[in-house]
Design a protein around this ligand. Structure first.
Ligand code: S3P
Length: 434
């Protein structure tokens, strides 16, 4: 089990480009595989999660060549996937298992989807229930992985209101809807990321959208296209917070995906008083990209508006670090989903913050954090093998006079393999101890 050991650092300076967006990388493999023709992907995230998706599609007979972050997918068409000889192991990746559940429920062959200890605990009823309503045969003991899917089912379309704003459920149903008889309608209270809708259009498939509603007619086909994956805003968020809370800092994050369904972290940090400027905005392969400059600021505590929660869902661990360095109290509510991510991110962050001397109160659906000074830790932080918990506490080091040690950081590789290298290149001081 690897650990991070951090030490005090000076101001953060420099320009960096974080790796490709995880959500878009997954989708590029899935849609490229079922398209007709050759899809070329550049900027693909070489993280364990997106590689798990890539390997799973290879297991299903898709020829995929990869050289670093350049990937070529020889699409097999809508009905060209083949049964895998073994269960598809999706590691730590919730996005892989939930999206693929939709796609594989519509195939002629059986599939089994499994993953690591954390994935095996995550709730899958949210995809199993609507897929069964469409006529799929998918199950898992206590609605958790491993999931078994029986092939050869003809899916029918569905009108479904999502129980939580979730791009994973929405995308799962859109992928199933590609094969369903008739038009599948998904209604969402709240806005979740829309990469599937955008990418489907890039592959020439019609998707109708209006606020809170998306629909797709089954029976069409996807045409291969080239995809340039932009830098992941979720990975960039660690440095947005780091540069905001470290003294005299000034960094630029290049070519970050600023899709409006993902920018909640920028909105929240700005409400807290952060100094974040966006420039050079442009559209690339259907996604909005910008360079983001972040300078130090004196943050203040806020009540986080609930409508921003789904737009910043993966960034809360590091937003809690920002709140710990802010003046006054920050209150988050309406974020129960954080309890069923790679770890219970409310409780795990609360425990870690407490061990650094930051007062907080756990709420059923959020947390209250009272800004203060990081104290010498009483025990190493336990990341519970959650990549974003590990990286968030590493960010705390820029405001700590003491060393911080974080246990169980191996899973940083799932989303951000060169995190330590990039962090240290702008002036942070993190050592990975194997
Ligand atoms: C993702 C959607 C989000 C997010 C996850 C990636 C996606 O999950 O937390 O890291 O790529 O669709 P939910 O849709 O379950 O909120």
């Amino acid at each position: 089990m690897a650990s991070f050991l951090t030490s005090k650092c000076g101001p953060l300076k420099g320009s960096i480009k974080v790796p490709g967006d995880k959500s878009i990388s997954h989708r590029s493999i899935m849609l490229g595989s079922i398209a007709t023709g050759i899809t070329k992907v550049s900027g693909f995230l070489e993280g364990e999660d997106s590689l798990a998706t890539l390997n799973a599609f290879r297991e299903m007979g898709v020829e995929i060549q990869r050289q670093g972050s350049n990937v070529t997918i020889n699409g097999v068409g809508m009905h060209g996937l083949r049964e895998s000889a073994k269960p598809l192991n999706l590691g730590n990746s919730g996005t892989s298992i939930r999206l693929m559940s939709g796609l594989l429920s519509a195939q002629s062959f059986d599939s089994e989807l499994c993953g690591d200890e954390s994935l095996s605990k995550r709730p899958m009823g949210r995809v199993i229930d609507p897929l069964c309503k469409m006529g799929a045969d998918i199950s898992g003991a206590e609605s958790r992985p491993p999931l078994k899917i029986k092939g050869g089912k003809k899916l029918s379309s569905l009108k479904y209101t999502l129980p939580v704003a979730s791009a994973q459920i929405k995308s799962c149903l859109l992928l199933a809807g590609l094969y369903a008889d008739g038009e599948t309608h998904i209604i969402e209270n709240g806005t979740s990321r829309d990469h599937t809708e955008r990418m489907l259009r890039g592959f020439g498939y019609k998707v109708s959208t209006s606020p809170g509603h998306v629909s797709i007619l089954g029976g069409g086909a996807l045409k291969a296209c080239d995809i340039e994956v932009p830098s992941d805003i979720s990975s960039s968020a660690f440095f947005m917070v780091a540069a905001s809370i470290a003294k005299e800092s000034d960094i630029t994050l290049m070519a970050v995906n600023v899709n409006p369904t993902r920018t909640g972290v920028i909105d929240i940090l700005r409400l807290m008083g952060a100094n974040i400027e966006s420039s050079n905005e442009r559209l690339e392969a259907g996604e909005l990209i910008a360079d983001i400059r972040v300078q130090s600021s004196n943050l203040k505590g806020i009540k986080i508006p609930e409508h921003l929660v789904p737009l910043a869902i993966d960034e809360f661990p590091v937003i809690f670090i920002a709140a710990s360095c802010a003046q006054g109290e920050t209150v988050l509510t309406g974020a129960k989903e954080l309890r069923v991510k790679e770890s219970d991110r409310i409780q795990v962050m609360a425990d870690g913050l407490a061990s650094l001397g930051i007062r907080n109160e756990v709420l059923d659906d959020g947390i209250k954090i009272i800004g203060g000074e990081f104290k010498e830790q009483v025990a190493p932080i336990k990341s519970h093998h959650d990549h974003r918990i590990s990286m968030s506490f590493a960010v705390a080091s820029v405001r700590s006079d003491f060393e911080i040690s974080i246990d169980g950081v191996d899973n940083v590789k799932t989303s951000f393999p060169n995190f330590v290298e990039l962090a240290n290149s702008i002036g942070m001081s993190i050592t990975e101890v194997k």
